[in-house]
Design a protein. Structure first.
Length: 399
């Protein structure tokens, strides 16, 4: 246990003779509590937990406050992933302690990022298969004519793996402490309180800020305030906070799903399409609408009018020196891209490589406009925006 959460008592002599408690860096020092645990463990120290009085601690309960806290912790875990302390601990622990350390520190955030990246890889892969015609030609192969029952079985299995197995640890824990009847009742109450939507939304928060820290660094403290939160958050505030982390990504996934629905006619009439994509549609819905569903008085008409007026004023304000992102869209835009100005060559190249995924749309548009006459050469994609006339495409041979 590395005591993630403000340790109460330090052995002063032990720590000041072993490099001190905190790191000499305001970036790494964002998670100084867990780095103190890392340092103590690496230097043969012990971290113990003594619980004398159990009481409830006041925590963040507002949507935006919780998002700020999740972003701060995700940034800290990104820095931990890049630090040498975790590398050294991983090499010195035995296998089971290494797994315990992984899943209680950086592993949780890394697995969250992999889950979201899997959705992107799957949808872009399916988009390529559908728009290029490969899916249609593959399904016409007589060797896989009777494979649909097997595919339906795999799709049903994936629903149980992604749904039931993820909630099983929570049911087991509550069941052992309070009984399985109480655990089942709490599970049903969580569904009625839209807990799946809430946690799916924060999956995007963890992934965005963890991935950005891995690419560009720049972890910083984010004050949550912990004030009175039963208040209405304006649309401009939600837009500033969730635009890059949720809204843009959700719209990209929505376009992928719509294009796949329009052109992927092979499984549209079967239950396989529902089994495969239902979780992705739910992910898109949560990322787009969860901030408004969990926002008090969000759908009252006069609040909507006030939000529109405030957002329009914010959009029309010009940026300038000394203007905060809350005052102008232009100032917010500059602050949102600040990590690119301060990024390294490696991080910028990785951003460029990740952005190349958008060329798959152009690839599909070129071949579905029927202007290349069944030519499957990749040169068609390059020459589509060239100054040469379309007749020059005919000179390329099918590869």
């Amino acid at each position: 246990r590395f005591h993630y959460g403000h340790p109460d008592v330090f052995d002063r002599i032990f720590h000041i003779t072993r490099g001190g408690i905190s790191k000499a860096s305001k970036v790494i020092n964002l998670s100084e509590d867990i780095f103190a645990g890392f340092n103590s463990t690496l230097r043969q120290g012990n971290v113990t937990h003594h619980e004398y009085i159990q009481l409830g601690k006041g925590r963040d309960v507002g949507m935006n406050q919780i998002s700020n806290f999740e972003a701060k912790v995700a940034n800290g875990n990104g820095e931990q992933t890049l630090c040498r302390d975790v590398h050294r601990l991983g090499h010195r622990f035995d296998f089971y302690r290494m797994l315990s350390m992984y899943f209680t520190t950086v592993g949780f955030y890394f697995n969250s990022m992999v889950a979201v990246l899997t959705v992107y890889v799957f949808l872009y892969g399916r988009l390529y298969l559908v728009l290029s015609g490969l899916e249609k030609s593959i399904l016409q192969d007589p060797r896989i004519k009777n494979i649909k029952p097997f595919a339906n079985a795999l799709a049903t299995q994936s629903v149980f793996q992604l749904g039931t197995l993820l909630i099983l640890p929570m049911i087991m824990e509550v069941g052992l402490e309070k009984g399985f009847g109480k655990a089942l009742a709490e599970f049903i109450i969580m569904q009625l309180q839209l807990a799946p939507m809430f946690f799916t939304f924060h999956l995007g928060t963890k992934t965005h800020y963890y991935g950005r820290t891995i690419l560009h660094g720049g972890a910083k403290y984010r004050g949550t305030g912990r004030g009175f939160v039963v208040r209405h958050a304006k649309f401009a505030e939600n837009y500033r906070m969730y635009s890059r982390s949720h809204f843009v990504k959700a719209l990209e996934l929505l376009i992928l799903l719509v294009v796949y629905l329009a052109y992927g006619s092979s499984y549209r009439s079967s239950s396989l399409y529902v089994y495969v994509t239902i979780s992705m549609w739910f992910l898109v819905f949560c990322w787009l609408f969860a901030p408004f569903i969990f926002n008090p008085s969000c759908f009252e008409w006069h609040k909507m009018v006030d939000d529109w007026t405030d957002w329009w004023k914010w959009m029309n304000n010009r940026g300038g020196i000394g203007l905060a992102p809350e005052q102008s869209w232009e100032a917010w835009w500059v602050s949102e891209h600040e990590h690119l100005k301060n990024g390294t060559v490696r991080s910028l190249l990785l951003e460029l490589v990740l952005s190349l995924r958008l060329l798959i749309y152009q690839y599909g548009i070129v071949y579905h406009l029927h202007i290349v006459h069944e030519n499957k050469s990749f040169m068609v994609l390059i020459l589509f925006k060239s100054p040469y006339p379309l007749e020059t495409f005919h000179s390329f041979q099918v590869e």
